[in-house]
Design a protein around this ligand. Structure first.
Ligand code: EPZ
Length: 423
């Protein structure tokens, strides 16, 4: 099959204004949550990316209909049954596991293919299972499928998560909103996408408080009292951070619109420390840089710590900084593959366990490189913009999973990039 790649010519140009799309890591869960609405829910500002198409296929297989009109999805969950979520879809996108909580909530049972790992780590779901077991769910593993049942019904519980897992927090919230009694989740994930999900669930009749803090409290309501709603997805903070990192890389100024700057406090603090000028006005953020990039140290952590999904983009900045930076990846066990691709472009990076020592170099050179995950792929395109010569980025389907019209948006900012199919 002919391969499509992105060709980047290093012109070091990124300036102008770009509107970010709705957050992938919220929209996917909003689609799953619509199962609890038992009717037609409408979700606006949904990004046009392949992961959304896979999630649409997952909930269609469960009996829902999904109609798209531009960035709006109308999801009719009236006829959803708890039939299984097939392996071929879950293996394509592990976020399909997000239907587990709503299915258990609505039907008291579910059959979901166990998600595999991926390039960046094992991506286990033990915390999802432990949390749901506390609510009364029994799990059997049957030939690669997770068989969930609730022999004594779904009841509230006080659960402390071992790690503030985004997915585990979301599945527990979506199951507990219709459990008998109250639930407390301690050490809950605090990501803005969790807040967005809870806002939609509350609009559907749920009673959830504390989202965005590490203690989320849920007062169970009868399933029958849950109803569909209309909701607008928040802006994608990782897409916004990617374009702002591009501005920091080549100077900008780049303005991203449609994003709440409070979602990116740590990422913006690091750009400031690296010598960038940052302006926030309403739902837009502008970044520019005239001084040399300053070296910085970064620890990726659960929100509000530095986001692991911006680690590759900031490693790129560090590779052209004055001095040495240390970047520690504390969320995933294998998210430094990007470094070896950047080294092929002339970066000087040494990996020691979950630390990367990045020694700043004068310049990068264009080279053929391969995306190892969607964020690394996006960062490699940015690297090509700053590099001398031409860069060919392969495996770009990773990028299409999470970035709507990435090449088009970069071209609108003056980048010399194009998609092309190799003969
Ligand atoms: C979500 O993944 C995002 N994906 C990821 O974005 C993001 O990097 C991650 O949160 C952290 O912010 C979606 O929302 C679809 P976790 P998730 O559960 O929910 C381990 C992107 O680029 N863990 O917080 O899977 C896990 O292996 C993607 O858009 C367990 O060990 O993240 C990982 O090392 C990449 N057991 C760490 O915790 C569990 O039961 C964080 O995982 C659950 C998680």
């Amino acid at each position: 099959m002919p391969e499509e790649i992105i060709i980047v010519r290093g012109n070091s140009k990124l300036a102008g204004t770009v509107a970010v799309s709705g957050a992938k890591n919220s929209a996917l869960k909003l689609m799953a949550a619509s199962i609890l609405g038992q009717g037609v829910s409408v979700v606006h500002n949904v990004p046009l990316i392949s992961d959304i198409n896979i999630m649409a296929d997952v909930i269609r297989r469960l009996g829902a209909t999904v109609e798209r009109d531009g960035h709006t999805l109308a999801i009719d969950a009236t006829n959803v049954t708890e039939c299984e979520t097939p392996y071929e879809l879950v293996s394509k996108m592990r976020a399909s596991i997000s239907v587990l909580g709503p299915l258990v909530g609505r039907f008291g049972r579910a059959r979901v293919a166990m998600p595999g790992g991926c390039q960046i780590g094992a991506r286990k779901i033990d915390m999802h299972m432990i949390g749901l077991e506390a609510l009364g769910v029994n799990f059997e593993i049957d030939h690669g499928f997770l068989e969930a049942t609730t022999p004594n019904g779904l009841h509230g519980a006080h659960v402390v998560l071992e790690f503030p897992s985004v997915g585990a927090t979301e599945n527990m919230v979506m199951a507990s909103v219709v459990a008998e009694g109250a639930t407390v989740i301690e050490n809950a994930a605090r990501e803005p996408e969790i807040v967005d999900l809870v806002n939609m669930l509350n609009a559907m009749g749920a009673r959830v408080s504390g989202a965005g803090s590490s203690i989320i409290e849920i007062e169970g309501v009868p399933l029958q009292s849950m109803h569909p709603c209309e909701h607008t997805t928040v802006g994608d903070r990782i897409e916004a951070g990617t374009f702002l990192a591009g501005a920091a890389l080549v100077g900008g100024p780049v303005t991203v619109t449609g994003i709440d700057a409070s979602f990116l406090r740590m990422a913006l603090m690091k750009l400031d420390a690296m010598g960038c000028e940052i302006e926030v006005e309403g739902d837009s953020i502008t970044v520019s840089r005239t001084e040399p990039i300053q070296a910085i140290d970064i620890q990726t952590l659960p929100h509000p710590g530095f986001p692991t999904d911006l680690q590759a983009q900031y490693m790129l900045l560090a590779s052209l900084a004055e001095g040495n930076s240390v970047i520690s990846e504390n969320v995933f066990e294998n998210r430094f593959m990007f470094a070896s691709e950047l080294v092929r472009m002339g970066a000087d990076i040494t990996i020691e366990g979950h630390h990367a020592l990045v020694r700043g170099v004068e310049r990068l050179q264009g080279a053929p490189v391969s995306s190892t995950d969607l964020r690394a792929g996006a960062a490699l395109v940015l690297a090509g913009i700053a590099a001398e010569g031409e860069t060919h980025v392969h495996e770009i389907s990773h990028i299409d999973r999470g970035y709507e019209d990435y090449v088009g948006k970069l071209r609108s900012l003056g980048a010399d990039v194009e998609r092309t199919v190799l003969p």
